[in-house]
Design a protein around this ligand. Structure first.
Ligand SMILES: Cc1cc2nc3c(=O)[nH]c(=O)nc-3n(C[C@H](O)[C@H](O)[C@H](O)COP(=O)(O)OP(=O)(O)OC[C@H]3O[C@@H](n4cnc5c(N)ncnc54)[C@H](O)[C@@H]3O)c2cc1C
Length: 412
């Protein structure tokens, strides 16, 4: 039987592998790191003496490829699910708290009720969201949505920064439009926020590795692919840190490494080359998470506070502006926000600051133009990754979809 060789054991590579294994193909995943997962992984942190995620990851129930992937690997029930769309917020400048709770259906009846809207907003404010559907090629989020009033500052801006990880004055509106179409504009049933009950790897990574192994596949960690060799337009072998891998004539390759690695492996291919950081500040605290488990923060350095099993964990996106600050300073600046959000009066507990410098490509017009489609110059190599031209920003959904697309091309 022929093999499909997958370079990169992040979500794109794993989802390609799962789709190929489901179709009866034998899959070999080569992952450079000590574990699979890439930018979506968990590990034991000695300082905090517990497992943490590299960063908080939220998905919405409208992320259809992700939901299908979770079902395929038998991990749907590992996600924390509040049962309906609920987004609690606090404004640190006023102390006001509110919860956005879109109703289940497509018609947004909830915006008719002042108690369910963002404070100080009118029904008509919400119409501006529709402008995303007609976003011009290069229009930014701020061009279309930054209007005076509370809706932008208290909902649209935080949502855009979380989804695109790019300052709204630079972020492409049409990428946000694609997310909003499949979530906010699809009704509350598509907006239920989900995150792993235990940790990222337990939900999204380990069950996929187990699925591949159960289907005759292999996931080789600590195996870095250093070169791709070809002849007459086909990949013939891979040079790896654990030895050469020769391809049989009907073998295929899915290249699912990050863009800066792919640029080195396939010289001449344009890939995104500007990135935005995400900071996660994990405080060792055990607190009752309540029904939702996270809260959006307006007016602080912290943007989202997640209450997890062993830590309270803060996300700051589009964080190139902060990433070079010392970790101790970041933690000291964020802790007062956490105290206010959770109403705590205690000294700062042990903390770990995780800086993901290249968390995602910058979702700008210039970077969007550098996203290649899944086909490559080689007949038996396809590309996958959140940075390929998925029509979505760099997200779990984009990564998983890209893997599924790559698998379809291999099977075709
Ligand atoms: C802190 C943080 C928070 C995030 N939050 C969210 C969120 O809330 N919601 C959301 O939807 N998305 C979020 N994302 C984005 C999401 O994590 C990514 O879009 C997704 O994980 C990308 O998967 P990927 O497979 O495309 O790439 P990667 O995860 O980068 O996978 C590529 C893999 O290739 C491996 N590799 C590299 N070079 C080689 C080589 N030469 N040989 C073999 N293997 C190689 C890498 O080690 C890696 O495992 C977040 C990302 C970060 C960093």
């Amino acid at each position: 039987m022929s093999n499909v060789h997958i370079i990169g054991g992040g979500l794109a590579g794993l989802s390609a592998g799962v789709a190929l294994a489901q179709a009866g193909r034998r899959v070999r995943v080569y992952e450079a790191g000590p574990t699979a997962g890439g930018r979506c992984r968990s590990y034991f942190d000695r300082e905090l003496d517990c497992r943490i995620d590299n960063g908080n990851h939220l998905i919405l129930s409208g992320n259809s490829a992700t939901m299908a992937y979770l079902s395929a690997i038998g991990a749907r029930s590992t996600m924390r699910d509040p049962g309906s769309a609920k987004f609690p917020f606090i404004d640190l400048t006023t102390g006001a708290r509110w919860t956005i709770a879109p109703g289940a259906g497509r018609i947004p009846w909830w915006v008719m009720r002042p108690s369910r809207r963002v404070p100080e907003t009118k029904i008509t404010d919400y119409l501006q969201i529709l402008a995303l559907r007609k976003a011009g090629q290069d229009a930014t989020v701020a061009d279309l949505l930054d209007r005076p009033g509370a809706l932008y500052a208290k909902l649209l801006e935080p949502f855009a920064v979380a989804a695109l990880n790019t300052p709204p004055s630079e972020a492409l509106a049409r990428l946000l439009g694609a997310v909003v179409d499949e979530t906010l504009l699809a009704g509350g049933t598509a907006c239920v926020p989900l995150f792993p009950r235990t940790d990222l790897s337990a939900s999204l990574i380990d069950p996929a590795v187990a699925f591949l192994q159960a289907h005759g596949g292999e996931v080789q960690t600590g195996c870095l692919v250093a070169a791709i060799n070809s002849e007459a337009g086909r990949v013939t072998s891979l040079a790896t840190t654990t030895g050469a891998i020769d391809l049989a004539p009907d073998d295929a390759v899915v290249l699912a490494a990050p863009p800066w690695i792919v640029a080195g492996l396939l010289p001449g291919l344009a890939t995104p080359d500007a990135f935005q950081a995400i900071l996660n500040v994990h405080f060792r605290l055990q607190i009752d998470p309540g029904p939702v488990g996270f809260i959006g923060v307006i007016g602080g350095m912290a943007e989202w506070v997640f209450i997890k099993r062993d830590v309270v964990s803060i996300t700051i996106s589009a964080a190139n502006r902060y990433v070079d600050l010392p970790a101790s300073e970041i933690a000291a600046r964020v802790w007062p926000d956490v105290q206010k959000v959770l109403d705590l009066d205690q000294p700062m507990p042990p903390v770990r600051v995780v800086k993901e410098r290249r968390a995602t490509f910058a979702a700008t017009a210039a970077q969007e133009a550098r996203r290649p489609g899944p086909r490559s110059a080689f007949a038996n190599l396809v590309l996958a990754g959140d940075w390929t031209a998925t029509g979505l920003p760099a997200t779990i959904e984009g990564a998983i979809r890209s893997g599924q697309t790559a698998a379809k091309l291999v099977l075709a």
